[in-house]
Design a protein around this ligand. Structure first.
Ligand code: ZN
Length: 146
């Protein structure tokens, strides 16, 4: 159980997203994170892009090295948000079966998030695109209606 920093409600850990950069759960619950995301969508978007991209570029190598060791332990049934390091940090999401093909083909791919549901993976994917990573839902691409 964990207290949300925003709504101050005590909730199960499953009600918080996992932050794989910081290796801990987010301080806001999923509900607040979603609200926050909507609210801040148009505010400071350029600034947030800059900060997050800079953080990512600085730290991705150590995260990537750590993941390489765990790559063989990947279990089926999860959805992965991945980043192609050799394609200008293209961000996408996929299920575990396809993920293994990616991981097999390219050494320059890393996991950003491991999710239990496709919905969650898509949410994360979109967040990365919103902060400026290229991909299907990126600002320079049409967002498919779904
Ligand atoms: Zn909350």
């Amino acid at each position: 159980m964990k207290v949300c920093n925003k709504c101050n409600k005590t909730k199960e850990l499953s009600e918080y997203y996992w932050n794989s950069f910081k290796k801990k759960h987010t301080i806001y619950c999923k509900e607040c994170a979603r609200k926050d995301d909507k609210q801040n969508y148009h505010e400071n978007i350029e600034e947030r892009r800059k900060v997050k991209r800079a953080y990512f570029r600085k730290h991705y190598k150590e995260i990537y090295e750590r993941q390489k060791k765990n790559r063989l332990n990947l279990k089926d049934g999860f959805f992965y948000v991945y980043c192609l390091l050799d394609k200008d940090f293209y961000v996408g999401q996929t299920d575990s079966v396809k993920w293994r093909n990616y991981a097999h083909k390219s050494e320059d791919v890393m996991i950003l998030h491991k999710c239990k549901t496709r919905k969650e993976a898509k949410w994360f994917e979109k967040v990365y695109h919103d902060i400026g990573f290229p991909g299907r839902y990126g600002t320079n691409k049409k967002t498919p209606s779904h």
